[in-house]
Design a protein around this ligand. Structure first.
Ligand code: 3HB
Length: 330
């Protein structure tokens, strides 16, 4: 119904893998590259083209493409862009740089929620948020991540349905300016949001982590058709137990704890029938450039050879986190 491909960015002139998967139509190509954030339509207008500033100068970056089973309807609704298939919608928005983000983030999220509700996509599946200078202070002295969380939480709180069903998400730094996000939502597929027994739900974090808690679940499952195995979308996951960061300063132990947290979600979802080596797609975010190779090797060995892997050198939502990893299990 919906799936993604993740590939190194190698081609000039197109963001799409050539040839694309059989019987699949692109909804959006998200290029994680060096360069400014942008959001628009591909020249043929048949899918969204988004650039997220995630690579460093000289790094080629990669392209994540989201595919569905029928040609999506694409368009613009106010400040948001969408690609809608019969069952699944992908919406994206960019908030230009500003000194305080919460009001604009709240407004964009509200627009997206209103669009989804009006078109019958009432089940949020997965959200990615890309946040400039995520650990810096905004004009009011509030960390930009917390500023973002405030705007997002206010939008969730105002929505009668989505406030009770926060999905898997990533909230991560970028190498550029502004905040951009894209999300997936479905109409009828079964969607379940999952917490991790090892961690406090992020939406219940104590006030010391910011004025409003982060609005996301640790993972979301989607079962496209009854009787099928679910797809598991694992949120950005880090070395957090309860609500505390553990192993500050130790990249090896942070990687191991992160992998254990992901393994717990996979084991729980599939009743022990799947494990880390069944993961299809991995994105790892690494705070320090000198840890990138270690994390790449860690992921290659922890997740097994069939997983596609992208590693980005960007900041992470807490200053003491060195690594964050997200995954999809098909
Ligand atoms: C988020 O705020 O959406 C978020 C942040 C993370 C990891 C996962 C989700 O660092």
């Amino acid at each position: 119904m919906i799936f993604s491909t993740l590939e190194p960015f190698t081609r000039e002139g197109t963001d799409l893998p050539v040839p694309g998967p059989a019987g699949a139509f692109p909804m959006a190509a998200v290029a994680f590259r060096n360069g400014p954030a942008s959001l628009g339509f591909a020249p043929a207008g048949d899918h969204l083209a988004m650039t997220v500033p995630m690579a460093r100068p000289g790094e080629p970056g990669c392209v994540e493409t989201w595919w569905c089973e029928e040609p999506p309807e694409t368009g613009r609704a106010g400040d948001i862009l969408y690609a809608c298939g019969d069952e699944v919608a992908l919406c994206a928005a960019v908030v230009e740089h500003r000194s305080v983000y919460a009001p604009a983030v709240e407004q964009r999220y509200r627009e997206v929620f209103a669009f989804l509700e009006a078109h019958g996509y009432r089940r949020l599946l997965r959200v990615w948020n890309f946040i400039e200078t995520i650990n810096a202070a905004n004009a009011d002295g509030l960390e930009v991540y917390r500023d973002f969380c405030k705007g997002r939480a206010d939008a969730f709180a105002a929505h009668p349905v989505f406030s009770r069903s926060m999905p898997a998400a990533t909230g991560i730094g970028t190498t550029g300016s502004g905040i951009s996000f894209f999300l997936l939502a479905v109409k009828d597929a079964e969607v379940r949001h999952i917490e991790n027994r090892r961690q406090t739900p992020a939406y219940r974090y104590p006030a010391r982590y910011g004025p409003r808690s982060p609005s996301f679940a640790r993972a979301t499952t989607m079962t496209a058709r009854p009787g099928e195995a679910p797809t598991l979308f694992v949120s950005g996951t880090a070395s957090i137990l309860g609500h505390e960061t553990v192993f500050a300063g130790d990249i090896e132990k942070q990687c191991a704890t992160t992998a254990d947290n992901i393994a717990e979600l996979i084991g729980n979802c599939y009743g022990g029938a799947k494990s880390l080596t069944d993961v299809d797609a991995v994105k790892a975010y690494v705070r320090h450039a000198h840890h990138v190779e270690y994390v790449r090797e860690f992921c290659a060995s922890a997740f097994g050879p069939r997983a596609s892997l992208a590693v980005f050198n960007v900041d992470i939502c807490r200053g003491d986190l060195l690594v964050e990893i997200e995954a999809i299990v098909g």
